[in-house]
Design a protein around this ligand. Sequence first.
Ligand SMILES: Nc1ccn([C@@H]2O[C@H](COP(=O)(O)OP(=O)(O)OP(=O)(O)O)[C@@H](O)[C@H]2O)c(=O)n1
Ligand SMILES: C[C@](O)(CO)[C@H](O)COP(=O)(O)O
Length: 237
Amino acid sequence: MRRKTMNATPQYFALIPAAGVGARMAAGCPKQYLPLLGRPMLGHTVDAFLRCRHIAHTYVVVSAGDAYIDDVLPAQTPGMTVLRCGGATRMESIRNGLRLIAADIDPQDRVLVHDAARPGLTPALIDTLIDAAGTDPAGGLLALPVVDTVKTTRGGSVATTPRDGLWLAQTPQMFPYALLLRALEEAPDPAAITDDASAVEMLGFSPRLVEGHPRNLKVTLPGDVRIAEMYLTMDSV
Ligand SMILES: Nc1ccn([C@@H]2O[C@H](COP(=O)(O)OP(=O)(O)OP(=O)(O)O)[C@@H](O)[C@H]2O)c(=O)n1
Ligand SMILES: C[C@](O)(CO)[C@H](O)COP(=O)(O)O
């Protein structure tokens, strides 16, 4: 692992939660290990960070009993460390990972949390996020402006919500290490939090939204696998 230094400018670290079971995918293995173009999804995801010049080190959080990771990401892979500290929820996995790397990272270094299930990320998209929000004390995240008309069904009847100002949050979501850890430690109802930015927003911060790309979709349902493969065959953005 990297030695801690006291740098005036932040360094950038990736933390990839990969301890989910993929219940909605309902495949024979956790979805992060499904083959995409013949390579496990997690391999594609980690590769984007290993190829990005901004990233000092990449941490991958898996569950303690993960039986696949050693074949997919050899322990001696330069620039990467596997942490076997996954929790019951995405937020717990991230918080456990942040706690484990405390000795290797300065409070103002930035952590880019990225779903293992978003294999379409590219080094160029990581650069875009860091260039736009890399020194913002509130952090930032990739997101897509909503382009469809938005309907809600809460309360039993269908209604339409104005789409202006609505965004779909992607990952990476990037924050100063100390701020993100505090946000996850202090979140009043961690089970209700679906992304890291919302925990930071609860502390009164306003993370910057940086336009992402559809290729950075979250592979969630069986039909997403072919879409992800299609993007992986296309030129990088
Ligand atoms: N306890 C958990 C749950 C999720 N994740 C990770 O968080 C990311 C986003 O979660 P999601 O897409 O919901 O993955 P799963 O939880 O595996 O899927 P599902 O909700 O369908 O079970 C994934 O990379 C997943 O591996 C995690 O590290 N620890
Ligand atoms: C973090 C996230 O990918 C942003 O869109 C999303 O909220 C994760 O949701 P999931 O239900 O854990 O897949």
